[in-house]
Structure formats: structure tokens, C-alpha cells
Design a protein around this ligand. Structure first.
Ligand code: BGC
Length: 392
């Protein structure tokens, strides 16, 4: 069966600067990942931009990406480095010339060291520095951008950096996570207004991470309900000044009441007979529930800003694309206004604290030589984008 998508529906792929450019002066630099790599060289994207455009342009009409704040700005309120600005401008202009629209993410998990040193997102005082950075991004890059994400998954950032301690600065206090998310939300409102003032016709949103939480016993049910509220519903309320909801979805997380994932309890999901990838439980229908909730609650357009699967096997990725596009197609048929699907990720990249062997790429990247190879899944997705639909 061939599922075709509406004419105004777009396809695309996504990356983030921190995961594909060589670490400059941000807080991930030098950290050792779970699979034993040092966060330094990632996939040499800054050295291979022209080669990478040849892949990007095969995957739909939208490329979602970010810039490295630490490379662009060396101190609070400093002017952006002109040569780095020009490097990004050349890249963006080339993408635009190829007919690719750019969705720019202003913050994707990476802060310059100088920003961390002055308290980072824990302190309300830091907000002004990010706003200054945004203002300069608007001036330098605004003309190349068709849509903005102010923050990528503020809920993941706040929880991973300040509650579970997986991301730098490795804190473990729920109170801090709450403060960080509140500071990001305050910033979002200011940045949203700045962007709308500069470009009233361009859409602005965030990317909110969503997941399907399900209790496997009484305590688990209570935990799932609480997490669903804290992580998704409460965050959504804080960031509701948006033109569209950018939603990312990867995860089915059973709770017993502790979360069960392949990362922390390898083998456990299989024992529970739950399909999974290298990181989490796999349940595409969970996205359908999320889409219904957001549609009913906010009645705003939705963009799937990230979705994918952690696997070395392109066959898994093809199945993932089919499964999730079917969910989107069904939702559109039911009247949910989904504007586009952006697959994570264009290339294998550095999967944060877990490392580069946790692969999400449509294009395979050799861990050592950085050589790129189109995968079978990449060819499949390129065809989906070209035919504007999927054969399931
Ligand atoms: C993040 C990406 C990450 C992906 C897979 C999302 O939460 O935005 O940076 O690589 O998930 O874990």
C-alpha cells in the first residue's frame, strides 16, 4: 500500500552542530562517552560541508540544524567571530541555492564554557547573554532561515544535565532541573517575540521531547502518570507561546516504578517481550497518542522535529520510517494538522554521553576515517521524499 502525503507536507532530516562538528570550547569537550570515545572530533562536518550537502539535499526540502555557539562567540556579549559567521552563511546560502529550507535551532544541549562558568541555565542572570547571542544570529543568519526552534528539548536538557546527571554539568537535583527549565521558558518567551518582530512571517516553535510512559505495576502506573505530567504536559504549558509544536519522539519507557531502558538494563526489555532499539523500548503507536493529545489540547500545527532509531542495521531504520510515517498519515486522516516529518539523523554522529557507536544516521560515518556511505535506509528515505509518500 502507498501512503501519500498532502502537498504542503514536508520531509527533511536533522543534525545538531555539537554532534557533527569538532568540539570547540563547549562543556562536552573532552568528556569520555559510555562507549569509550572522547568527545572531541565528531564527524568533521565543518571540514566536509560541501560533501555533506550532497547527502542533505537528497532527503526532502528541510534541513534542521544548529550552529556552535562556543565557536561563534568567545565571551558574553562579544561580537560573533566574523570568519565563523561567514562559514555558516556560505553553508546556509548553498543549501538555499539547492532548494533546501533551513530550520535553525538556537540551543541544542551545548553551552560555551564561559556561559557555564557564570552559572549557565541555573541562573536567571545568564538569560541576557543568550538573548544577545540570539540577536546576533537573527542579524547574521535570519535571511537564510525559514523556521526557528528556540530550544531543542528543554525537558531532556534540564533532566539529563540537572537530575539524572548524564549530561554536563552532571547535577542530580530535581529542584535544579525545575529551575533550569523555568529559566529556559522565560528565555523562550523573549526570544519568540524577538524572532517574530524581526520576521513576522516566519514560524517559531520549540522541539519538545515526548515519550510513551507506561507503568508495569501499581507503583509504575503512578510513576508513569507523574513523569508524563512533569516531563511533557508541564513543560508544554511553560513553552506554549509557539506557532507550531515541534515534537520529537523515540521512546517507549516502561516503569516498574523505575524506568526500564536498554541503556541502563540491557536485556531487560527483551525479557519483558518489549521490542526495542539500542537505547529504548520501541512503540510507534505511542506517537499517535501524543499527537492526539497535542492536537486536542492546543489546536496548533505540529511538526515532527525528530524521530528515528538507534541501530546499526539499516533494515531497522527502514521499518522505523515506515511505522512512524504510517502513524503520521493516520493522524492527518483524522484531522490532525501535521506539517512535516524530520528524521533524526542525516548522518551518524556523536550520541552525547553514550558516544558515536550509538548510530542514528541515514548516512553511515566510519568512526575513524569519517568516510561517509549512503545506507540502504538513506536510499529508502530519499525515495520517500521524492515520491512524497511511503510504500508499506
Ligand atoms: C536529541 C538528539 C539526540 C537524539 C537521539 C534527541 O533527544 O535532540 O541530540 O541525538 O535525541 O538520542
Amino acid at each position: 500500500m502507498f501512503l501519500s502525503f498532502p502537498n504542503d507536507f514536508f520531509f527533511g532530516t536533522s543534525t545538531s552542530a555539537g554532534q557533527i562538528e569538532t568540539a570547540f570550547d563547549h562543556q562536552w569537550k573532552g568528556l569520555e562517552s559510555k562507549d569509550g570515545f572522547i568527545f572531541s572530533k565528531t564527524i568533521d562536518h565543518e571540514l566536509r560541508r560541501e560533501e555533506d550537502i550532497e547527502y542533505i539535499k537528497q532527503f526532502g526540502t528541510v534541513y534542521r540544524c544548529s550552529v556552535d555557539w562556543s565557536r561563534l562567540q568567545r565571551a558574553a556579549f562579544a561580537p560573533l567571530e566574523q570568519d565563523i559567521v561567514e562559514e555558516y552563511q556560505t553553508f546556509f546560502a548553498h543549501l538555499n541555492d539547492e532548494g533546501i529550507q533551513i530550520m535553525m535551532v538556537l540551543h541544542h544541549f551545548c553551552n560555551p564554557i564561559w556561559f557555564e562558568k557564570t552559572g549557565g541555565w541555573k541562573t536567571e542572570d545568564s538569560i541576557a547573554a543568550f538573548i544577545d547571542f540570539t540577536r546576533q544570529c537573527i542579524d547574521c543568519f535570519g535571511q537564510y532561515i525559514f523556521s526557528w526552534n528556540t530550544f531543542n528539548e528543554p525537558n531532556v536538557y534540564a533532566v539529563a544535565a540537572f537530575f539524572t546527571g548524564d549530561f554536563p554539568p552532571h547535577k542530580k537535583k530535581l529542584k535544579l532541573a525545575k529551575r533550569v527549565i523555568n529559566n529556559m521558558a522565560k528565555t523562550h518567551v523573549v526570544v519568540y517575540k524577538m524572532l517574530k518582530e524581526a520576521f513576522p512571517e516566519k514560524t517559531v516553535g520549540i522541539s519538545l521531547n515526548t515519550a510513551y510512559f507506561k507503568g508495569t505495576n501499581i507503583l509504575g502506573v503512578a510513576a508513569a502518570k507523574y513523569i508524563d505530567w512533569w516531563y511533557i504536559k508541564r513543560t508544554a504549558k511553560l513553552f506554549q507561546l509557539v506557532d507550531y509544536w515541534g515534537l520529537s519522539y523515540y521512546t517507549y519507557m516502561p516503569l516498574n516504578p523505575f524506568p526500564v531502558s536498554e541503556i541502563h538494563r540491557p536485556g531487560k526489555l527483551a525479557k519483558m517481550k518489549i521490542p526495542h532499539d539500542k537505547m529504548w523500548g520501541y512503540y510507534p503507536e505511542g506517537l499517535s497518542k501524543i499527537l492526539k493529545h497535542f492536537h486536542k489540547r492546543f489546536k496548533k500545527p505540529i511538526i515532527i522535529t525528530e524521530n528515528g532509531i538507534c541501530s546499526d542495521d539499516p533494515k531497522d531504520r527502514i521499518k522505523c520510517i515506515k511505522d512512524y510515517l504510517k502513524v503520521c498519515h493516520d493522524a492527518i486522516k483524522e484531522g490532525i494538522n501535521i506539517k512535516g516529518y524530520i528524521h533524526w539523523s542525516t548522518f551518524d554522529n556523536f550520541e552525547w554521553h553514550l558516544g558515536p557507536s550509538y548510530r542514528f544516521g541515514l548516512v553511515n560515518v566510519n568512526l575513524y576515517t569519517k568516510e561517509r556511505t549512503m545506507t540502504e535506509a538513506g536510499r529508502f528515505y530519499a525515495q520517500v521524499c521524492q515520491e512524497r509518500g511511503v510504500r508499506i
